[in-house]
Design a protein around this ligand. Sequence first.
Ligand code: UDP
Ligand code: MG
Length: 315
Amino acid sequence: MKKKMSIVVPCYNEEEALPLYYEAMKKNEKKMDYVNFEYIFVNDGSKDKTLDILRELAQKDKNVRYISFSRNFGKEAAMLAGLEYSTGDFITPMDADLQDPPEVLEKMYKGIVEEGYDCVGTRRVTRKGEPPIRSFFARCFYKIINKLSSTEMVDGARDFRLMTRQMLNSILSMKEYNRYSKGLFSFVGYKTKWLEYENVERVAGKTKWSFFKLLIYAIDGIVAFSTKPLIISALIGLLFFLISFIMIIVIIVKTLAFGDPVSGWPSLVCIIFFVSGIQLFCTGIMGTYLAKTYLETKGRPIYIVKETERDNNEK
Ligand code: UDP
Ligand code: MG
């Protein structure tokens, strides 16, 4: 019996890229006629015609399913919804902008079926076409997070990775609200093979990530997969305590020996600024973790579905 491959495609304002994506996938489907395909498009609250395109695709192609959110919940939520709805034996998330080349699917499938891997991931080895400053910060981010976290984050790894149903079930068993997929994929373990390829630019439309959004995403990743920043802030506090202790002794001895001339207030102001800066920084770190715990305990849904292809067929 033919196996089924589920492709999960998060879409946010992708009206320009979607038709091109669908066409490219259909072409690839012909080459891979030994598997059945299932597409799960997730409309993440798009403001353009994405949903209309998806309705149309689902109507004419029985392998196309879609989920439409009540608003924009972000790529992580869209990916989770698609993965939860998928029914295939092998599953992969995939971007709608053709930055994840469909030709690679065949190699991924072989990696699992013939070579016995649980997961075949892709990583881009170049960041061609990306602003240099973004590449620079991305590199720094991977260096920092790998120092801080015991879960390995592979530089350049994309969410485009084919995995077995067993591995997907392990990922879905993690119910956390603050989802950082790159970490979750790595956390579950399993044997992963990496395919490397050169960066491809998106076919149409614009990237949804601003620098600020990426920065927040990076902080989310660190908070989700490491508690070391808390330890570091505690250590900084301890260090400052030791320094001040030594300084107090030095000052007492100096005053006893030489009297007490009033001087040195500029240095005092500098020290106050410096120490209160560090204090705010450390409180900020603690606050960030507290905020995440707060969100986690509220137990709000990660996404809200407004419509799926089933509602549409019944109409
Ligand atoms: N995306 C989404 N919700 C969002 C932002 C992005 O579903 O809030 C989807 C988007 O439609 C695309 C994928 O996530 O299919 C990757 O987004 P994009 O290409 O903008 O990111 P980049 O490739 O520049 O990192
Ligand atoms: Mg993209």
